[in-house]
Design a binder for this molecule. Structure first.
Ligand SMILES: [Zn+2]
Length: 372
C-alpha cells in the first residue's frame, strides 16, 4: 500500500548536491507483452540519461550516483511484479535513496534528472483517489482499516476493557467509554495517515449510537455507513461495502465538480468547457483543475516548441512552426496541465462531460485566441 509516509519521504527528499533520477513507466494491461514492453521502455528512457552518467562536468560523485541509479533501476525492472497502470521510480544511489510507487493509472513515460524527485505525475494520479478509514464498531470491540487504491490494511483494534457484569448502568458506562476510545483512535488515524473519508460499519442496534459519539470534524468525513452481522462478518465483506461507499462518494464528487465548472463557465467565470477552450487554456498554462471524461480519445495537433494544443491545423499560430499530429490530444493536454502544476480528475460518473469530454477551472481569464 502507498502510505502517506512514503509519499512525504519522496516529496521531501533532496540529493544535497547529487542528482535524483525520476522515472515513470506505463505498465500495460496485457500480461503476455507486459514484461517485454516495460523492459524496452525502461531501456530507452535510461538511454536518454546515459550521457549524463559520463558527463565529467557534473563531477565524479554525481556521475557515479547516476551510474548507480541506472544499475538500481535495472535491478528493479528484473524483479518487476508491477500491475497495470504505471510505476514511478526515484533513485539517488549516492545518498542510498530508492523508492518505487505503483500507480493505478497510466502516465506518460519519462525520465528526469534533477536536484529533487520529479513528483508531479505521481501526485496528479494519486490526487484522484481518496484515503478512507474503515471502522467496524461493536459494543465491546472495534477494528479499523485503511482503504486506498483498492487495498485494505488493518490499522488498529480495540477491545472493551473490564467486565460489565450484571450491572446495566455500569455496562452502559463501559460502552460509552469504549466508544470514546474508538473516536480517539479515529482522530489519531485521520491526523497521522491523512485520511479523507470515513466508512463506518457496525451491528444495526449499535451503529446509530456510535455515530452520535463522533465529533463534528470526524462526522464531516463520513462518506457512508454499513451494517455488519456481528457473528459472521468477514474482512472481505467489509472491504466490499467500504469500496462501494468510496465509489459512490467519488461519483457524487465528480458530479458536483462538473456541475460547478459548467455553471461557472455559463456565468462567464473562471472555467472552460469543451475541447477548444480547454486546449487553449492548456496552451497558456491557465488550467488549475482539469476534468476529463474517462476513456475519451480525440486526435489533435501539438506544437513541440511552445506546446500550443489544438484539434487541427498545419502550423502553430504562436511561432509559425509546423505542428505534430498526435493520436490523443487529451493525453497531451493532461501532461501539459501536470507540467504546469495543475490537477486532473478523470470522470466516470454520468454527467454532461460525456458530451463535452473536458472541462477546466482556470487560474486566470483566457487571452483571446490567435488567428489560426
Ligand atoms: Zn508554436
Amino acid at each position: 500500500m502507498i502510505t502517506t509516509e512514503t509519499i512525504n519521504r519522496i516529496v521531501g527528499f533532496t540529493g544535497n548536491g547529487l542528482p535524483v533520477v525520476s522515472l515513470y513507466i506505463r505498465v500495460p494491461t496485457d500480461l503476455s507483452s507486459r514484461r517485454a514492453m516495460v523492459h524496452s521502455q525502461v531501456d530507452s528512457r535510461l538511454h536518454e540519461i546515459r550521457p549524463t552518467a559520463e558527463d565529467h562536468a557534473l563531477g565524479h560523485d554525481a556521475m557515479m550516483s547516476i551510474r548507480g541509479d541506472i544499475d538500481r533501476i535495472g535491478e528493479a525492472v528484473e524483479e518487476q511484479r508491477w500491475s497495470p497502470g504505471a510505476v514511478a521510480l526515484f533513485s539517488c544511489s549516492g545518498r542510498g535513496f530508492f523508492e518505487q510507487v505503483q500507480l493505478p493509472r497510466g502516465v506518460r513515460d519519462r525520465v528526469i534528472v534533477d536536484d529533487t524527485p520529479w513528483v508531479r505525475s505521481m501526485l496528479a494520479v494519486l490526487d484522484e483517489y481518496h484515503r478512507c478509514c474503515v471502522a467496524v464498531v461493536h459494543r465491546n470491540s472495534a477494528r479499523t482499516w485503511e482503504l486506498y487504491l483498492d487495498e485494505m490494511r488493518e490499522a488498529g483494534t480495540l477491545r472493551l476493557s473490564g467486565d460489565p457484569g450484571r450491572n446495566d448502568h455500569k455496562a452502559d458506562e463501559l460502552i460509552k467509554r469504549h466508544f470514546r476510545q474508538v473516536v480517539t483512535m479515529l482522530e489519531e488515524l485521520s491526523r497521522t495517515d491523512g485520511l479523507e473519508l470515513l466508512a463506518i460499519g457496525g451491528p444495526r442496534p449499535e451503529l446509530p449510537r456510535f455515530l452520535d459519539f463522533l465529533p463534528s470534524d470526524l462526522r464531516g468525513l463520513v462518506a457512508g455507513t454499513f451494517t455488519v452481522d456481528e457473528a459472521t462478518f468477514t474482512v472481505g465483506d467489509v472491504k466490499q461495502q467500504a469500496s462501494a461507499i468510496v465509489g459512490r462518494y467519488e461519483r457524487s464528487e465528480e458530479e458536483r465538480l462538473v456541475a460547478e465548472t459548467v455553471e461557472t463557465a455559463a456565468a462567464a467565470g473562471l472555467a472552460a468547457v469543451g475541447l477548444p477552450p480547454c486546449l487553449w487554456a492548456g496552451s497558456v498554462a491557465a488550467v488549475g483543475h482539469l476534468m476529463v471524461q474517462d476513456g475519451a480519445i480525440i486526435p489533435g495537433v501539438i506544437c513541440d516548441h511552445d506546446r500550443w494544443l489544438a484539434l487541427a491545423g498545419q502550423t502553430c499560430p504562436l511561432c509559425e512552426r509546423p505542428v505534430r499530429r498526435v493520436p490523443d490530444i487529451i493525453d497531451e493536454l493532461i501532461e501539459v496541465v501536470i507540467d504546469e502544476g495543475g490537477s486532473i480528475k478523470h470522470v466516470s460518473a454520468d454527467t454532461v462531460l460525456k458530451e463535452h469530454l473536458v472541462a477546466a477551472s482556470l487560474r486566470f481569464p483566457l487571452p483571446p485566441q490567435p488567428e489560426g
